[in-house]
Design a protein around this ligand. Structure first.
Ligand code: TYD
Length: 198
């Protein structure tokens, strides 16, 4: 099973990804937890370029995220799934669809196409998008925002709109959840939805 968590920065997706990985391990599953961008040595280098590096054009940004993702799929995710492990990822292709496809206006279908090739079509079984409004996101981001977090409120609103469009496009895979609910409650809901889904 391949499960991904998505949302704005500060949406609580990292916490939920960790809680789910722990819970599955507690039930005896073998779980590989990963995060994007990053998760491989090359991916961590690309992450640094993307988040701390120079300004870049939108397609260069999309292509770098896709490059890090290609490496992660090839070296970690596909191997883990083939070996029968579960994979829980903090962000995956839907981040690129929402941030680069919609918020940067490259087109969700175009960015999907780039990623379809880079990931050899590997999509999650289930994706949870934790919705928080742009102001909640900004308040939770803290003191040292990265290059993408420094974008303003309008950008974050477009990212959120992008996730909603993606959820409508892939209703069988992508589930929207209210990210402002207490973490323990959300975790229970996620467990329930996963049981229903699989
Ligand atoms: P993230 O790791 O969630 O940030 P943090 O370590 O601060 O929690 O993601 C880093 C940033 O990269 C985030 O602002 C979202 C952005 N991003 C994209 O724009 N496109 C992508 O495909 C991915 C994976 C992330």
């Amino acid at each position: 099973m391949f499960v991904t968590f998505e949302g704005l920065d500060g949406s609580g997706k990292t916490t939920q990804a960790e809680l789910l990985a722990e819970a599955l391990r507690g039930e005896g599953h073998s779980v590989i937890a990963t995060r994007e961008p990053g998760g491989t040595p090359l991916g961590e280098e690309v992450r640094r370029l993307l988040l701390e590096g120079m300004e870049m054009s939108a397609w260069a940004e999309a292509a770098l995220f896709a490059a890090a993702r290609a490496e992660l799929v090839e070296r970690v995710i596909a191997r883990a799934l083939e070996a029968g492990h579960d994979v829980v990822s903090d962000r995956y292709v839907d981040s690129s669809l929402a941030y680069q496809g919609h918020a940067r206006d490259l087109g969700i279908d175009e960015v999907y196409e780039l990623n379809r090739v880079a990931t050899r079509g590997l999509l999650p079984d289930v994706t949870f998008v934790l919705e928080v409004d742009p102001d909640t996101s900004a308040a939770r981001v803290g003191k040292s925002p990265d290059r993408i977090e420094r974008e303003g409120r309008d950008f974050r609103q477009r990212v959120l709109d992008g996730y909603r469009i993606v959820a409508r496009k892939y209703p069988n895979r992508v589930l929207l959840l209210d990210g402002t609910r207490p973490a323990a409650e959300l975790h229970e809901e996620i467990r329930g939805r996963l049981r229903e889904h699989l």
